[in-house]
Design a protein around this ligand. Structure first.
Ligand SMILES: N[C@@H](CCC(=O)N[C@@H](CS)C(=O)NCC(=O)O)C(=O)O
Length: 123
């Protein structure tokens, strides 16, 4: 496998993957988004890179893996500081964190139900 500086193990419809891709695009960073087949068999790279949850999204920076999309976005913002992803005022930052948290609490259940439905009915 050739070495890619910024590599995403991706599932195109995942909101968690989209969150990371939005951050990378805002920063103007070049990256490779490598699709994962979550229903047909996850890659060895995914299983080895995220042994705890075995889920996308995984972000590899110089082949060092990170997972959990909110943590990845913070890492991206701290590592490539310009332009900043959050507003300079703490009130604006708190509002952004509210919506980040809202996605984690609410959207995840829709996806889990959708995954269960597809797995049970189509796989
Ligand atoms: N909290 C995680 C959620 C990751 C997640 O739920 N990923 C889903 C896709 S949307 C997944 O990989 N599902 C496959 C599985 O559960 O085996 C994050 O923010 O990265």
């Amino acid at each position: 496998m050739s070495k890619v500086e910024l590599l995403l193990l991706d599932f195109w419809v995942s909101p968690f993957c989209m969150r990371v891709k939005i951050a990378l695009n805002e920063k103007g960073l070049q990256y490779e988004a490598r699709p994962e087949d979550l229903f047909g068999g996850k890659s060895e790279l995914l299983l080895n890179s995220n042994p705890i949850y075995k889920k996308v999204h995984v972000f590899l920076h110089d082949m060092k893996p990170l997972y959990e999309s909110t943590i990845i976005v913070s890492y991206i913002d701290e590592t490539w500081s310009s332009p900043p992803l959050l507003l300079p005022c703490s009130y604006g930052q708190a509002q952004a964190r509210f919506w980040d948290d809202y996605i984690d609490r609410k959207v995840v259940y829709i996806y889990e139900d959708l995954f269960d439905y597809i797995s049970l009915n189509f796989i």
